[in-house]
Design a protein around this ligand. Sequence first.
Ligand code: ARG
Length: 458
Amino acid sequence: MAQLWGGRFTKETDQMVYDFNASIRFDKRLFKQDVEGSIAHVTMLAKQGILTDAEKKAIIAGLKGIKEDVENGTLPIDYKYEDVHSFVEANLIDRIGDAGKKLHTGRSRNDQVALDMRLYTRGRVLEMDELLKKLLTVILSTMEENIETYMPGFTHLQKAQPVTLAHHYGAYFEMFKRDRQRMKDIYKRMNYCPLGAGALAGTTYDLDRNLTAELLGFDGPTLNSMDSVSDRDYLIEFLSALSMVMMHLSRFSEEIIIWNSNEYQFVEIDDAFSTGSSIMPQKKNPDIAELVRGKTGRVYGALVSLLTTMKGIPLAYNKDMQEDKEVAFDAMDTVSDCITLFTGMLDTMKFKKDNMAKSAMNGFTNATDAADYLVNKGVPFRDAHGIIGRLVLYCIEKDTSIDALSLSELQAISDKFEEDIYDAVSLKTCVEKRLTIGAPGPDVMKQVIALHKEYLDG
Ligand code: ARG
């Protein structure tokens, strides 16, 4: 046991209480941020005349020494300390003596941990944005190569209308682009510095909160000290945005699992991103996609966990808030791994374009286009819908497709059918005619791809 407090106690803490209360096992990962925050704090204290220049120099040299020693492994983070803040402060005092005891002037662990967690989270928001950008780059290159790769588009998992692979991937481009926008929003909203809030009510020292905010790259200081030490909104927002990323990855994973199935055979996942079975020699399983889908639950869990932790906490700091860390760290690590692996899997996945086109050709995906053909010949849409419905029924009974019927068979159902029906219901025409912005037509798809390129380059 090595804690920063004890003066008002007459008894040792029970060992189990100490262990239950301690957070060093998991907050040790805030080590770098803790040192960085402390350096900014003492720089400001010296500038305000609260510490002497010599004290500041000694403290900063000591902190830098601790950082180096931890990083090169000569100073292990010892679990006998209560938390990372105690570890740094106790080591500083060991190292430089009395000057070290002044580090915590005008500061509480409450604003310290609020700062550390914000600095750490801010870095991970940027990391997620970068990872999402890489994922978007891979998605876009597949789009560029597959403007004319036909596949069925589905509703209710029933074949609906033909689309292209570029168009299908384009939907995910939009989702992950929005995810990046959410990261940027969160960063902007969270980038205010809580240091100087003290335990809850500020301090009696003349701190320059603008200076520490500036030194640490924040847009300014937070404006209410009670909120500063008890706000975890930014973390909840981040977990919410990460949950959304996982929801998108999970939907995409589900599609890949379907496309990879024996029944579909639209894709071949690279050997490096697949796993085998211990009993069935023929198996090559899409485990990465399944794990990404599966891990979505634990990220949602982190979000609900923190929302629930926070919901009954009166102002200001309460120890409940220590519970933010393990779930948040786990979610951040999970999402980072999932985006990275998913990107690698997409980048190496091969498409079986013939199977995709063949699948798009059956299942009456051209039925809407056949109805539109009749509309162009002057038939009202509702009547055309009925005629094509009967035509589909006829085809189902004869186990054939619209484009395989003879002209006389077609004309037996409607005398509006002419020779040009065959071109009108071909896969190529069905896609090419969809030329409004957002549709799969190749010309408009090229325009959208150009916009995406500009976005990624910008
Ligand atoms: N380990 C604590 C946390 O994560 C640090 C703040 C402790 N403050 C206190 N007054 N006990 O929230």
